[in-house]
Design a binder for this molecule. Structure first.
Ligand code: C2E
Ligand code: CA
Ligand code: CA
Length: 510
């Protein structure tokens, strides 16, 4: 992004400037008149010859004019300096929080070799803002800035609404990443905003000043792209990856290719098994969309799902997934395997009654046993409509699962109001639970909470036998993750289901 230009002079300043000009003009004119006329009218001047009076008049005018000029000039220079420093301050600071802004950070980053830009993004910014209000959000950002400054010892800038940034010196990317991870970690303890604790998570991205990628964009842009990458990879901090950044115009053409790709058979579904601890077998699968582009190869789901959501293509994509999942479920049933198929439903579709009509038609015509995975954020966007759509689906026998539980701002109020059947603990807690006592505790209390509310609980991201054993001991209902099985194509899934009902299986990668 190009550096921002200087802001226009505020309206009040322009008015003051005109007024000052007018006053100076009037004052000057009055001086001129008095300097020329008064000596002529003064009794002393009667004894003088007209040209002597004129010389005295001229001299007194020159003296007065000089004094006025000197005073005026000094005031003007002072004003200009004030104005310039005020404008510089406006141009380099965020109006809401008073922190230095993006331009300030860009200048700082350009000032010295060997600097790394670290950006720290507040996860689910809009959800948090909607929950606590705009004023509290401004206080929260200031508090986050203070904590980041304390942790890093650097000056913190506000780069955009949800992103703060700083520049640090580091020898290697590992060193910069370690600082970035410590900054993201600093949000572990809640922030106290007007006496109430606010719990947020942070994700950081780092980028080097200069380097081979310097021609792509500014380090601030690259660090922003690294935040998106960290979120995709579910990491606390990530570096910039020029390959993942790709070519934005290429992504543009992807959007226009998406519709044709659905018709051309470039899309497929990968299925990831869900192991039921009590039944001791796989009783469900999650359908995950895959796009194999003829030139680009596999397009990451987070990329095309995000793009489809932004461009209104999510509806046809999800309709395709629903139809295909129903067909595949019939194929599984024909092979002797009755499994519930879970489908991810984007938030936008939850406030779309006609999508619910479509889904209900498909379910009643096929008798399919589906589960819709939704996220809390989706519900909190337009709660009344979403809860209405969920109730309709639920009444028609579609199971409802709350996906990624714990990864954002969880609200017990919504948890109580949503007619859900299942809660899926976000994989970030599960992946680390055999090393982190805190995560294990969170998982255990989430399992108890879900059971208390009459919900089944699935832990996703089960990668190790230790995690699986811990979950079993905690009374978890289902496990999903690379240990049980990676997402795989339908025929590989059927082979797996045909085999002995072991909880861990072959790890086919789709
Ligand atoms: P999700 O719903 O949380 O799906 C689970 C993701 O975690 C999948 O990534 C899966 O491959 C990955 N995963 C499964 N087991 C493990 C594990 O043990 N460890 C780790 N680290 N990861 C594991 P995938 O397939 O890349 O999907 C990413 C996201 O894309 C999904 O996250 C979902 O939000 C979205 N997505 C995928 N297909 C669809 C779709 O058809 N519609 C919509 N709306 N979203 C979809
Ligand atoms: Ca999911
Ligand atoms: Ca999930």
């Amino acid at each position: 992004m190009a550096p921002q230009g200087l802001p226009r002079l505020p309206r009040f300043d322009r008015f003051q400037a005109r007024l000052a000009l007018l006053c100076t003009g009037l004052f000057g004119a009055a001086l001129l008149v008095s300097a020329l006329l008064l000596p002529l009218l003064h009794p002393l001047t009667e004894a003088m010859k007209p040209h002597e009076a004129a010389v005295i008049g001229g001299l007194s005018f020159a003296v007065v004019a000089l004094i006025v000029l000197v005073i005026g000039f000094r005031t003007m220079v002072g004003d200009l300096r004030d104005r310039e420093s005020r404008l510089t301050h406006i141009a380099l600071h965020d109006q809401e929080t008073g922190l230095p802004n993006r331009l300030a950070l860009e200048r700082l980053a350009a000032s010295q070799q060997g600097l790394w830009v670290i950006l720290v993004g507040i996860d689910r910014f809009e959800v948090v803002r909607d929950a606590i209000g705009y004023d509290a959000m401004a206080n929260l950002i200031t508090a986050v800035g203070r904590r980041l400054a304390l942790t890093s010892g650097a000056s913190i800038s506000r780069v955009s609404a949800a992103v703060l940034g700083l520049a640090v010196t580091a020898e290697t990317e590992e060193e910069a990443l370690a600082i970035a991870a410590a900054l993201a970690e600093s949000a572990r303890d809640p922030f106290n905003i007007s006496g109430a604790p606010v719990d947020i998570t942070l994700t950081a991205g780092v980028a080097r000043r200069g380097g081979a990628e310097a021609h792509l964009t500014s380090p601030v842009d690259r660090a922003a792209s690294a935040i998106a990458r960290a979120r995709r990879l579910r990491l606390q901090a990530a570096g910039f990856d020029p390959d993942a950044y790709g070519d934005p115009s290429g992504n543009l053409s992807l959007i226009s290719e998406l519709m044709a790709a659905l018709d051309n058979g470039e899309f497929s579904l990968a299925y990831q098994p869900k192991y039921d601890f009590r039944a001791e077998r796989i009783t469900g699968v999650e359908a995950l969309a895959r796009w194999t582009h003829p030139r680009r190869g596999a397009v990451p789901p987070d990329l095309f799902v995000g793009m489809a959501e932004e461009t209104g293509h999510i509806r046809p994509l999800t309709e395709w997934v629903v139809r295909q999942a129903i067909l595949d479920q019939k194929t599984m049933a024909a092979a002797g395997h009755e499994v519930i198929v879970s489908i991810n439903i984007s938030g936008r579709l939850l406030s779309d009654d006609s999508f619910a009509d479509f889904a209900l038609e498909q379910v009643s015509a096929s008798g399919a046993r589906l589960c819709f995975e939704i996220t809390e954020t989706a519900v909190m966007h337009d709660p009344e409509r979403a809860l209405g759509v969920i109730d309709r689906l639920s009444a028609a026998g579609v199971l409802i699962s709350l996906d990624d539980y714990g990864s954002g701002l969880s609200s017990l109020t919504y948890l109580k109001r949503i007619q859900a059947d299942e809660l899926k603990i976000d994989k970030t807690f599960v992946v680390d639970m055999d090393q982190s006592g805190r995560d294990a505790l969170l998982v255990k209390s989430t399992i108890d909470l879900a059971h208390g509310l009459g919900l089944k609980i699935t832990a996703e991201g089960v990668e190790t036998p230790t995690a699986l054993a811990l979950l079993r001991g905690m009374g978890c209902d289902m496990a999903q993750g690379y240990l049980i099985g990676r997402p795989c194509a339908l025929d590989a899934l059927i082979l797996r289901l045909d085999g002995p009902s072991a909880e861990t299986g072959a790890t086919a990668v789709a």
